[in-house]
Design a protein around this ligand. Sequence first.
Ligand SMILES: *[C@@H]1O[C@H](CO)[C@@H](O)[C@H](O)[C@H]1NC(C)=O
Ligand SMILES: *[C@@H]1O[C@H](CO)[C@@H](O)[C@H](O)[C@H]1NC(C)=O
Ligand SMILES: *[C@@H]1O[C@H](CO)[C@@H](O)[C@H](O)[C@H]1NC(C)=O
Ligand SMILES: *[C@@H]1O[C@H](CO)[C@@H](O)[C@H](O)[C@H]1NC(C)=O
Ligand SMILES: *[C@@H]1O[C@H](CO)[C@@H](O)[C@H](O)[C@H]1NC(C)=O
Length: 282
Amino acid sequence: MSVWMMLLLGMSWAAESMSCPKECTCQYLAVNCTGKQLEEFPATVPLDTRQLILAQNKLSYLPSIELNFLSDLIYLDCSGNSLGEDLDFAFVSIVKLVYLDLSFNNLTLVTFGTFSQLSSLVVLKLSDNPGLVEIEKDSFANNTWLRHLDVSRCSLTFIDTTTMKDLPNLRSLGLSGNPWFCNCSFMELCSWMKDSGVTILDTDNVTCYSPAFVHGLRMLAEAQEQLHYKCYIHFDHQDYLFLGLVGFCIFSAGIVLAWLLGVCAVIYAFLTGKGNEDEEAN
Ligand SMILES: *[C@@H]1O[C@H](CO)[C@@H](O)[C@H](O)[C@H]1NC(C)=O
Ligand SMILES: *[C@@H]1O[C@H](CO)[C@@H](O)[C@H](O)[C@H]1NC(C)=O
Ligand SMILES: *[C@@H]1O[C@H](CO)[C@@H](O)[C@H](O)[C@H]1NC(C)=O
Ligand SMILES: *[C@@H]1O[C@H](CO)[C@@H](O)[C@H](O)[C@H]1NC(C)=O
Ligand SMILES: *[C@@H]1O[C@H](CO)[C@@H](O)[C@H](O)[C@H]1NC(C)=O
């Protein structure tokens, strides 16, 4: 009896796990749940789903276990929800994921842990997250295949240059509409962008917010010119050390020269004095 019960339960679970969630449309391993007012992750997404679209819903978190059963997933669109919770363990076993859209959400922080397991990722959209204030250094160190990254219209002030240098395959980068803090480290990022050949989307809207003297200037145009003199024509520690060393050498050479002159003067005085004495003696 209990065996039959278990079998029945197992069968119904299996059937449920392969059926289309009632709010969504499913075809060819693709599940589309766009705009269905979902507040929860749909319960019965078929386990072999490759493409899952959850756009324009009311999801505030992604349940790690349910999501990670979908180990064949390659395309996940969660745009237009209110995801804001720490996503650090959300994407641990959907390692085949190539496309991830988290734009128009409520993200606040990206760390190395957020996407570190997604080593096949090619497209990552994080734009229009008005609360996103920080992308930690090396956040994309494990996403070496990334080609398209968009962080437009967030609240970012700074991205470390090494975070971008970790991405050898990057082709396009969206940075516009953020309140960038254009200090010299940030200008290093600009130089890297110019040299690397990465396409910067909507460049006219990539502007500096601070410091005040570059406020509102376009980062890859006027701001870069303004900051060039400040950042590249200046003395750093090494230069001061070098100047100090040169100064010390000149100073020491002067002392040695003075000493030699002194010695010569004394010898001359001694010799001429002796000469005079000799003359007087004669
Ligand atoms: C998903 O469904 C929405 C409307 O229900 C439709 O506009 C959209 O084109 C669909 N997306 C795909 C990839 O089929
Ligand atoms: C976004 O997050 C903030 C705080 O983290 C919260 O106050 C706000 O209600 C959230 N917005 C949405 C749409 O969930
Ligand atoms: C980086 O990606 C590899 C797979 O390419 C994975 O095995 C490894 O655990 C990831 N590193 C971290 C720290 O998550
Ligand atoms: C520029 O600002 C960032 C973030 O505040 C900081 O980490 C970095 O050290 C600054 N660089 C310089 C050269 O001041
Ligand atoms: C720059 O941003 C403004 C306002 O967000 C927008 O209207 C404009 O179209 C953008 N410029 C470009 C070149 O996209």
